[in-house]
Design a protein around this ligand. Structure first.
Ligand SMILES: Nc1nc2c(ncn2[C@@H]2O[C@H](COP(=O)(O)OP(=O)(O)OP(=O)(O)O)[C@@H](O)[C@H]2O)c(=O)[nH]1
Ligand SMILES: [Mg+2]
Length: 396
């Protein structure tokens, strides 16, 4: 038992910004359907769709609700006046071309937009349409994935080399005595050198290497492009999507297994999603059409995938006024979770009365959960579990 306890108390550190307000950026080569996907996800027309490359220049941002059966269940149970689901912020970004790392296409501008997001939805075109120009001349998603990966890595390599150079210069100016500051500097240099080794010698994305918590803190300061989680979204024709068949799919899967094993691949069809939105104005009718076609839409899977890739989880506050999902990062403790509602809740935190969603579902009502002894008072050290239902106590 004791060794288990030691492991459980170790702090969870993730690659990326330690924040609850994280964003997924939609990235890919030009004219592959990024803005079309963005509009379908956000159910708006902010994204600039056009049949020419580089239609999108400035990034566009939207909050997309993340589907959750638990949230729907809670709304049915509490019948609140106001319902607020969890949201994922998605950003539509300009297309990236070969040579972007050295300034081609929208080059550095594009890459700074990628640097600003926390995770990447990489749109890969696998639909044929002679009317839609491909900047490389023909449709080849594997080549496109290579292009994006190469550009992101090249930019990281350039960034890390510069940084390492600066650090080494500083280290040479160190006192030479074995004081703590010098030791920390030396560790930082070693870690950044390891990053460079991963990118060059090992030929891997930074997120695919193994890092200690200490190293992750250093890596996070570098804000690297290849440290961000990636989900590959393969844009298929409606027909291929419905029959779950396309000649590129096995090749794309093989490329991911070889280059970035473990990354999620989600096939979708912008054409289908657009048609559904145009022809049917309510979710029930859209669902009926999908059932008729023998398929399901992919948008929910995409947002849910992005949310998890960023290590986001949610807890709920429930009552007759409002059922609401609050987004936090996995590993968040109770006071910080309460602080998402209001900073004072964290500052003057007392405790939380917390029940788990499954207990509420099983017992059917809050009263029954309490009677079963399943409503627990949790203090400051409590680490939040996805789906917790909370009543915070504070003396703010
Ligand atoms: N046939 C077909 N056309 C599509 C599909 N997705 C997008 N298009 C078309 O492809 C063109 C480019 O779509 P956008 O969504 O603007 O592409 P983008 O990746 O945002 O392009 P840039 O911002 O220029 O990099 C538009 O004419 C779309 O209507 C698809 O699934 N099938
Ligand atoms: Mg676009």
């Amino acid at each position: 038992m004791p060794p288990k306890k030691a492991a459980a108390t170790e702090k969870k550190v993730f690659l990326g910004r330690p924040s609850n307000n994280l964003q997924m950026g939609i990235v890919g080569v030009p004219n592959v359907g990024k803005s079309s996907l963005f509009n379908a996800l956000s159910k708006c027309d902010l994204g600039k769709i056009a049949n020419f490359p580089y239609a999108t220049i400035e990034p566009e941002e939207a909050r997309v609700s993340v589907p959750d059966e638990r949230f729907d269940f809670l709304c049915q149970l509490y019948k609140p006046a106001n319902k607020v689901p969890a949201f994922l912020t998605c950003v539509d970004i300009a297309g990236l071309t070969k040579g972007a790392a050295s300034g081609a296409g929208l080059g550095n501008n594009f890459l700074s937009n990628v640097r600003a997001v926390d995770g990447i939805f990489q749109v890969v075109r696998a639909f044929d349409d002679a009317e839609v120009i491909h900047v490389e001349g023909d449709v080849d998603p594997v080549r496109d994935m290579d292009i994006i990966q190469t550009e992101l890595r090249l930019k990281d390599i350039e960034w890390v080399e510069k940084h390492l150079d600066g650090l080494r210069k500083k280290l040479r100016g160190a006192t030479g005595t074995a004081n703590l500051a010098d030791k920390a500097k030396k560790e930082e240099v070693d870690c950044v050198a390891k990053v460079l080794d991963v990118l060059t010698t090992q030929n891997k994305d930074v997120r695919k290497a193994t890092w200690t918590n200490k190293e992750i803190d250093i890596v996070n300061d570098l804000q690297l492009l290849t440290a961000k989680p990636v989900i590959y979204l393969v844009n298929l024709s409606e027909r291929d999507y419905i029959r779950k068949k396309n000649k590129w799919l096995p090749k794309i899967k093989a490329w991911i297994d070889e280059n970035n094993p473990g990354d999620l691949l989600i096939p979708f069809s912008v054409a289908l999603e657009e048609r559904l939105a145009q022809e049917f104005d309510n979710p029930e009718a859209q669902k009926a059409e999908l059932e008729k076609l023998g398929t399901t839409g992919a948008l929910g899977k995409i947002t849910t995938g992005g949310y998890s890739a960023l290590h986001l989880i949610r807890y709920f506050t429930c009552g007759p006024q409002e059922v609401r999902a609050w987004t936090i990062r996995d590993g968040t403790k109770a006071p910080q979770a309460a602080g998402v509602i209001h900073g004072d809740f964290e500052k003057h935190f007392i405790c939380g009365d917390i029940m788990q969603f499954n207990d509420l579902k099983e017992h059917g009502s809050e009263v029954a959960v309490k009677a079963a002894g399943k409503m627990a008072q949790k203090g400051k050290p409590y680490e939040m579990i996805d789906g917790d239902i909370c009543y915070w106590k504070h003396n703010a």
